[in-house]
Write a protein that binds this ligand. Structure first.
Ligand code: NAP
Length: 504
C-alpha cells in the first residue's frame, strides 16, 4: 500500500528569474511547492499581482510563505505588507499561505480563506518539553493545516514530534510536524507515513531552507518516500556523526533493487543506552516502528555490547559490534567487518601461512587481525605507539613492532587500517615508506575516500595488486543486508550506490 506522502520542494532563490528556473525543476521532482518569497531580492512585496509571473510557471499545488525575520525570514518585510501578500496571494494564486501563529490575529483581520491557511510554529533552538501544549494553543486558530517545526537537539526530541502526529491522526487534523537538524531527520523520512501532511525537500545542495532537509531527489529515489508506510521494515545506522555516511545510499539502493519494503535511516545517536530504551528495546520503546536492526558505527561499536541479549562468536571475540539484529524480541550483535574485510582479499589469494603486515591497532585493525588469524595467516602489527597496542597484541598473541621498522618487513600482504591518506585527514600522504613495499604482492587500504589513496597509487606503480576500502565497505554491508532480510543483495548496485555517495 502506498502512503499519501507529499514531497514539497522549497524554492529558496534570490531572484525571480532563478526562481522560475527552479520551479520548472520542482514541477518534475516534487508533489507540491513552497515559495519562500522572503528569499527573493527583486520582488515587489506590495503587489500581489507580481506573483503571477511565478505562478505562470507552477504546475503543482503551492504554498506561499514570507517569513518574519524573527521566525527565520531572510529579509525584513513589514508585517502588514507580507501578511496582505500571503492572504491575498492565496485567494488569487496559491493553494495555501503559511502564516506564523504569532501573527495569526493580524492576518485574521484580512479575512483569509481558512481553507487555504497554514498556521505555523517554529523553534530554531529546541523542542520545548511542552510541545503538546503549544500544539493545543496553535490548533485553536482556525486553519486548514497546522505546522510545528522545532529543532531536535537529540533524537529523543523526535518522539515529541511523532507523538503530535499520532494525536493529529486520531482527531483528523491536518498537521505538518518536523524535527529540524541532523538529530531530527527521521521525522522528515517517516513523518508522512505517520500522518504528516507533507515533508519538505530542497532542489540543490546548499539551497535547503532548514537544517537536516534532504533533496527532493533523495526523498523520492533513495528513501522511496512514497512507498513508506507504518508497515515498512526499519533499519538504519546509529553513530555520531552519521549524515555523511554512504550506508543509507548502499542499503536503500539494495532494498529497492529487490523491491523490499525496507528503509535504512541515518540515526544520529549520542546516548546509546537512552536510545536503546526509548527506540529499540521491544518492551520499553516509545517509537512505534517495525525495527529489524541497524548498523553501528563510531563511536558506539563497543558501547552497545552490554545492551544486547546475545553476541555472535565473532563479535564476542573482537569485543565490538557493527550490526544489530532484532529477532523474536531479542537483540543480537554481529560483526560483519571481519568477513567484510576478508572477502576482497580471499577473492585474490589464499591467506593460509601468508605473512601479513597490519598497520594500526584500532577497531578496524582488530577485525582484520581476527579475520587473518582465523584463516591461518601470520600477522605482525605496526603502530606508532607500541605501548598503547600491547594489550591487543597479547590478546591475539601476535608480533607487535613500531611503525618505523616497516621498511624491514618481509610481508607479502600489507593492510593499512589507519586513517592516513584519507580525504579531510591526510590525503596524499602514504602511511608506508615506499621501500617497505618491496616484498608485497598485495596492498590493501581500508580507507575509501579517496578511492585510490597514495598508498594504493604507489603500490600500483610498482606492479602490486591493490584493494580499496570500498570493497570492504560493500562486502560488510552485503553481510548486514543478509542478516536483516535473509536475502542476498545485489552487490553491484550496492557498489555503484557507494561510489555515487562517495563522489558527491
Ligand atoms: P580507530 O579505532 O580510531 O583506529 C585508528 C588507528 O589508526 C589507531 O591504531 C591509531 O593509532 C592509528 N592512527 C591514527 N592516526 C595515525 C597517524 N597519524 N599515524 C599512525 N597511526 C595513526 O579507527 P578505526 O575504526 O579502526 O578506523 C580506521 C580507518 O579504517 C578509518 O580510516 C576508517 O574509515 C577505515 N575503515 C574502513 C572500513 C571499510 O569498510 N572500508 C571499515 C572500518 C574502518 P593510535 O592508537 O596510536 O591513535
Amino acid at each position: 500500500m502506498n502512503s499519501p506522502a507529499k514531497i514539497c520542494a522549497v524554492i529558496t532563490e534570490e531572484t525571480v528569474d532563478t526562481a522560475i528556473a527552479t520551479i520548472k525543476r520542482a514541477n518534475r521532482e516534487a508533489d507540491m511547492i513552497e515559495l519562500r518569497l522572503d528569499y527573493l531580492r527583486d520582488f515587489d512585496f506590495t503587489k500581489v499581482e507580481h506573483l503571477r509571473i511565478l505562478f505562470d510557471e507552477i504546475a503543482l499545488p503551492t504554498i506561499i510563505t514570507c517569513r518574519a525575520v524573527d521566525e527565520g525570514g531572510k529579509q525584513y518585510v513589514a508585517d502588514e505588507i507580507r501578511l496582505n501578500l500571503l492572504v491575498e496571494g492565496a485567494k488569487r494564486f496559491a493553494a495555501y499561505c503559511d502564516v506564523e501563529a504569532a501573527h495569526y490575529e493580524q492576518a485574521a483581520k484580512l479575512s483569509p480563506d481558512i481553507s487555504k491557511l497554514i498556521v505555523s510554529y517554529h523553534n530554531f533552538n529546541e523542542t520545548p518539553a511542552n510541545l503538546s501544549e503549544i500544539y493545543e494553543q496553535i490548533t485553536k486558530f482556525p486553519a486548514s493545516i497546522h505546522k510545528i517545526a522545532t529543532r531536535a537537539n537529540s533524537i529523543n526530541d523526535t518522539l515529541l514530534t511523532f507523538h503530535l502526529l499520532e494525536g493529529a491522526q486520531k482527531t483528523n487534523r491536518q498537521l505538518i510536524a518536523i524535527s529540524m537538524n541532523e538529530a531530527g531527520v527521521i521525522t522528515r523520512l517517516l513523518g508522512c507515513s505517520r500522518g504528516s501532511f507533507l515533508t519538505y525537500g530542497s532542489l540543490a545542495e546548499g539551497r535547503e531552507s532548514a537544517p537536516g532537509q534532504f533533496s527532493c531527489e533523495d526523498l523520492r529515489n533513495l528513501f522511496r518516500l512514497h512507498q513508506i508506510t507504518c508497515d515498512t521494515a526499519i533499519t538504519g545506522i546509529i553513530g555520531n556523526p552519521v549524515l555523511h555516511s554512504a550506508s543509507p545510499a548502499i542499503h536503500n539502493r539494495a532494498f529497492a533493487a529487490l523491491g523490499l519494503d525496507f528503509i535504512y535511516l541515518p540515526l544520529e545517536v549520542v546516548e546509546v543506552p537512552d536510545f536503546f530504551k526509548r527506540f529499540v528495546q521491544p518492551n520499553t520503546r516509545e517509537m512505534d516502528w517495525k525495527l529489524h536492526g541497524f548498523s553501528v558505527t563510531i563511536p558506539h561499536k563497543v558501547a552497545v555490547l552490554p545492551l544486547l541479549d546475545e553476541l555472535d562468536a565473532t563479535a564476542e571475540k573482537i569485543g565490538a559490534v557493527n550490526t544489530v539484529v532484532l529477532q523474536d524480541q531479542r537483540l543480537i550483535g554481529y560483526n560483519t567487518d571481519v568477513d567484510g574485510a576478508m572477502q576482497p582479499l580471499e577473492k585474490i589469494c589464499s591467506l593460509a601461512d601468508k605473512h601479513c603486515a597490519v598497520i594500526g591497532a584500532g577497531g578496524a585493525a582488530r577485525a582484520v587481525i581476527y579475520g587473518l588469524l582465523a584463516r591461518g595467516a601470520q600477522v605482525t602489527v605496526y603502530t606508532r605507539d607500541v605501548n598503547r597496542a600491547r594489550t591487543l597484541a597479547e590478546n591475539f598473541a601476535i608480533e607487535l613492532l613500531p611503525m618505523d621498522s616497516l621498511v624491514q618487513s618481509a610481508a607479502e600482504i600489507l593492510i593499512n587500517t589507519t586513517p592516513i591518506g584519507m580525504h579531510g585527514h591526510s590525503e596524499g600522504e602514504n602511511v608506508v615508506p615506499v621501500a617497505a613495499l618491496k616484498n608485497c604482492g598485495v596492498v590493501y587500504d581500508l580507507v575509501y575516500t579517496p578511492l585510490e589513496t597514495q598508498l594504493l597509487k604507489d603500490a600500483k606503480a610498482r606492479g602490486m595488486q591493490t584493494i580499496s576500502g570500498l570493497d570492504m565497505l560493500v562486502a560488510q554491508a552485503g553481510l548486514q543486508f543478509e542478516l536483516w532480510t535473509a536475502q542476498k543483495p545485489n552487490l553491484t548496485s550496492m557498489r555503484s550506490a557507494a561510489l555515487e555517495a562517495i563522489r558527491q
